[in-house]
Design a binder for this molecule. Structure first.
Ligand SMILES: NC(=O)c1ccc[n+]([C@@H]2O[C@H](COP(=O)([O-])OP(=O)(O)OC[C@H]3O[C@@H](n4cnc5c(N)ncnc54)[C@H](O)[C@@H]3O)[C@@H](O)[C@H]2O)c1
Length: 253
């Protein structure tokens, strides 16, 4: 699908991979709605790229319904969804203070997995009502998993489970929505240079970059955006989780 002139929704668009994707989509002529909990930062990027920012908590049915509706009213039903909203606080199953509080596990599942599903269900409903394009496509949905779905490290039980859920729902979602010409894909990034990682010390960031076989550095968010744009462009890609990780296989810790 050529993104030009089509409505796109990007969640987690105030920062990191989502912000880079929103920028890349706008550069190619898409009408971009930037959904994020952080409406202020999303607004700054929206102003730069001529998009709209909409405050949204992806964990809330009501908030996501309102946000998708607001995007619909401004740009029309979205043909493109890229879900990047996510959190990754590490926590051991049994830490110094004993068993991990159940709420900590549930919070990550809630944002990453349920939040991704929440937005996908709403945007997919809008997409299926659209007229098909020449290719037969009505829309493309790209969710963000992680290589932690496959190589989760110590402290990543909740994060890996949430990303494994995103990876696992890709094929059933693609199969279900195929009859409507809606493709569903997931990107499983390795280690990217975003605020999610900039919280770590420079030493740790350097070590993480060096752990990547090639290229031995952190991924650039623009590289994530480039894959998202290729997925949108290439109609044969569907129902797949694509690793974007420079051949990194993460060690236990
Ligand atoms: N950076 C990496 O190395 C890496 C690796 C693998 C996967 N990922 C995944 O990529 C996605 C983007 O990560 P990033 O590195 O750009 O992180 P980031 O922290 O820079 O951006 C995440 C964005 O999600 C938003 N967000 C968080 N909770 C939200 C909620 N409940 N509702 C709406 N928005 C919410 C935040 O406000 C933030 O703007 C995440 O799903 C993350 O798990 C990142």
């Amino acid at each position: 699908m050529d993104v030009k002139g089509h409505a796109a929704i990007v969640t987690g668009a105030a920062s990191g991979l989502g912000a880079a994707t929103a920028r890349a989509l706008a550069e190619k002529g898409a009408k971009v709605a930037l959904l994020d909990l952080n409406a202020e930062d999303a607004g700054k990027i929206a102003d730069e790229i001529g998009g709209i920012a909409i405050g949204c908590d992806v964990t809330s049915a009501e908030s996501a319904e309102e946000a998708v509706q607001a995007a619909h009213e401004k740009h029309g039903p979205a043909r493109i969804l890229v879900s990047c909203a996510g959190i990754a606080p590490p926590k051991r199953i049994v830490g110094r203070d004993g068993a991990q509080p159940l709420e900590a596990f549930a919070a990550i599942i809630n944002v990453n997995l349920i939040g991704t599903f929440n937005v996908m269900r709403l945007v997919a409903a809008d997409m299926t009502a659209l007229d098909p394009l020449e290719t037969g496509e009505r829309g493309v949905i790209i969710n963000t998993a992680s290589i932690a779905a496959m190589d989760g490290q110590i402290g990543q039980a909740a994060y890996a489970a949430s990303k494994g859920g995103i990876a696992s729902m890709t094929l059933p979602a693609a199969r279900e929505l195929a009859r409507s010409g809606v493709r569903v894909l997931a990107i499983a990034p390795g280690i990217f240079g975003t605020p999610m990682l900039f919280g770590l010390s420079e030493e740790v960031q350097k070590a993480l970059g060096e752990s990547v076989p090639f290229p031995s550095r952190l991924g650039d968010p623009a590289e994530y955006a480039a894959l998202a744009l290729h997925m949108i462009d290439n109609v044969m890609l569907n129902g797949e989780v694509v690793r974007l990780d420079g051949a990194l296989r993460m060690a236990p810790q």
